[in-house]
Design a protein around this ligand. Structure first.
Ligand code: NZQ
Ligand code: ZN
Length: 387
């Protein structure tokens, strides 16, 4: 059954090899001053930075830059960007990079004119944004988070040791996003597979909840199959345009709210990973990969029907001569084999966690869950299993 819903997503997507050609037209919709937000050095290495400066100049824009946005962007970086917005009266924030850069840009857009402490008001207390929101446009260079077409903004407060996400209203979604799969060719294999698992995790977090006959679940199964098939190709041939473009669009669809429509959702793997990230600064998708297998073994019996369906529809597990528990567990084993085959993380230790961190992570994780509401003890058990 589908629950009632309203669907609205205002982000305009320009997809493909020539999608940067659309930037000039987009820039016409905004005032003179653009804040260019990017990471450490990848956009310069791939020649994109020079192209952008040229387009911005030709469009008569004054360019202000915020460089060095780190993976797991910090609140300090957001404050630095906010000051640039106010000092230069920025009209558009152009984010060029992966999820960290786009999340940071959205965070700057809502907090630049916020009175008081924006982290406290918007990320911890989930207040409605009642100040000016600077429009954001994005150019995606690393695939996984879906930030290019959603209102998510995940920020780390280093002093408080909290990494937390807030999903903002469509006013904060990027106004436009440019997706050229060729920009992702240079992403190192480690980051590429991290992003691939992030996509799968978004899909599974939305899938493993509820047992309704819901069209959204069929969409998720199709996307998971596409990501699995194309990941195998992209790992062997990183410059395979077909594989990279399929992965890129699947990532956007996996978290642009379509695959969560009219469904209960889980998100506990993400809640645990966020605190793992706050303590270790690990790559987001790698943290998710390490946590997922013990988490799903911990909860599968509470959502047995769905885990059996996952095994059959996503991994083509045959039912013959097997109990339903065996089928469900075989599906989780297939996921584990895929994680190993892709070279994704399987332990927390390899991500920089220490034994002493585990209770700190467990006690600071936001508790929820889909088929089973977790306690801090459950989280600790999951963490110990993948340590
Ligand atoms: O800093 P540079 O030099 O640009 O290098 C980056 C970075 O080191 C590199 N990279 C990006 N494009 C590249 C490239 N290297 C070579 N060639 C290119 N074309 O990749 C590294 C990782 O980038 P990052 O943006 O950190 O990765 P990702 O896209 O996985 O973003 C992770 C962040 O997004 C949050 C995560 O928690 C994490 O903070 N998430 C955001 C979500 C959202 N907004 O909806 C949802 C997700 O679940 C997630 O929580
Ligand atoms: Zn994620």
């Amino acid at each position: 059954m589908l629950f009632d819903f309203t669907y609205y997503n205002p982000t305009k997507i320009h997809f493909g090899r020539n999608s940067l050609d659309e930037l000039k037209g987009e820039l016409k919709n905004y005032g003179d001053t653009v804040l260019l937000v990017y990471g450490k050095n990848s956009i310069k290495k791939i020649g994109l930075y020079d192209k952008l400066i040229e387009i911005l100049k030709e469009s008569d824009k004054t360019v202000v830059e915020l460089e060095g946005v780190m993976s797991n962007p910090t609140y300090d970086k957001v404050l630095e960007g906010g000051k640039l917005v106010r000092d230069n009266k920025v009209d558009l924030i152009l984010a060029v990079g992966g999820g960290s850069v786009i999340d940071c840009a959205k965070a700057i857009s809502v907090s630049a004119y916020c009175e008081g402490d924006a982290f406290n008001r918007y990320w911890l207390n989930f207040e409605e944004v009642n100040n000016e929101i600077i429009p954001v446009g994005s150019i995606l260079t690393m695939v996984g988070t879906g930030s290019e077409m959603n209102g998510g903004s995940v920020i780390t407060h280093e002093e408080l040791k909290i990494k937390t996400g807030r999903v903002y209203s469509p006013d904060v979604y990027p106004k436009f996003s440019i997706l050229n799969p060729e920009y992702t060719f240079s992403v190192p294999q480690y980051q590429m597979v991290s992003g691939i698992f992030d996509i799968m995790s978004h899909l599974m977090e939305q899938y493993f909840s509820g047992n309704d006959n819901n069209t959204t679940d069929y969409v998720i199964e199709g996307l998971l199959r596409s990501v699995i098939d194309n990941a195998k190709v992209a790992i062997k041939s990183p410059k395979d345009y077909e594989a990279r473009s399929n992965i890129m669009w699947s990532a956007t669809l996996a978290l642009n709210t379509v695959t969560g429509l009219s469904k209960e959702q889980d998100w506990e793997v993400h809640m645990i990973e966020h605190q793992l990230g706050a303590y270790t600064d690990c790559a987001h998708g790698m943290g998710l990969a390490a946590i997922s297998i013990p988490y799903y073994r911990h909860i599968y019996s509470y959502g047995l029907d769905k885990f059996v369906r996952f095994a059959k529809e996503v991994w083509h597990v045959s039912e013959e001569g097997k109990t339903r528990d065996e089928i469900a567990l075989e599906g989780i084993n297939c996921l584990e084999s895929f994680i190993r085959e892709c070279g994704m993380a399987t332990t927390l230790r390899e991500l920089g966690a220490t034994k002493e961190m585990l209770p700190l992570i467990a006690n600071s994780t936001v508790l929820g869950g889909g088929y089973k509401k977790l306690t801090a003890e459950d989280v600790l058990e999951v963490l110990e299993k993948c340590y």
